[in-house]
Design a protein around this ligand. Sequence first.
Ligand code: HEM
Ligand code: HEM
Length: 184
Amino acid sequence: MQIRNTAVRYGVAAQLFHWSIVVLIITQVILAEKADGLPLGPAKIAVLAQHKSVGMTIFMLAVVRLLWRFVNPVPPLPSGMPAWQRVAAHISHGALYALILITPLFGWLMSSARNFPVSWFGVFTFPDLVQPDKARYEFFHGAHELVAKTLVVIAIVHALAALKHQFLDRDGLLRRMLPVKPRQ
Ligand code: HEM
Ligand code: HEM
């Protein structure tokens, strides 16, 4: 078991960060949909509290994940990958990193502007980032929705690209991010 990345594979730490954030983002979309279908009341507030706690977990994991990436270089893309795909991979990975920070940050700013506290599963409360203000709340509400949707769209394209590499190009790209033995 290799904790750190090697020259050809992602290590266990990078894999854990990647797949736990994937699961949590799917959870976020399900919770947001659930809250959307509920009338304003205690049930909706409870689902949104879960959404906020899970979202702040993603934020903290994303910060640690990026720090880990700085001290632990990632494996270079497989040789033989066309230049445009390299550029696309770098841009989409950069965008995904930015979005897993910005989306929860905008959610946090939205809640602060609405004067709703952001608690982490009732264990502790994050500080408010801005003064409550209706126009500010509306801005961050719209911004949170926009970046969340952008994140989902880029993640789907990214996942399809990974599957294409694995199953059509057969260059073993997906296996680099999975806890399976590399093919010889
Ligand atoms: C990566 C993390 C997150 C994702 C992918 C995400 C995604 C979403 C989505 C798709 C919606 C529905 C959009 C809409 O129709 O308005 C939503 C709503 C919401 N999110 Fe997040 N969110 C994340 C993090 C957070 C965080 C950290 C907070 C607060 C601390 C938060 C607070 C909210 C609130 C309060 C709503 C409901 C807005 C309303 O009143 O309609 N979100 N989120
Ligand atoms: C919300 C969903 C997702 C997010 C935010 C995300 C984010 C990322 C990021 C930021 C990287 C770059 C890692 C680095 O080099 O530091 C990456 C790599 C990767 N992702 Fe995802 N990902 C998501 C979903 C998926 C899914 C569903 C799959 C598989 C179907 C997948 C497969 C991969 C693979 C194979 C790599 C490694 C590419 C390489 O070998 O260079 N990802 N992902």
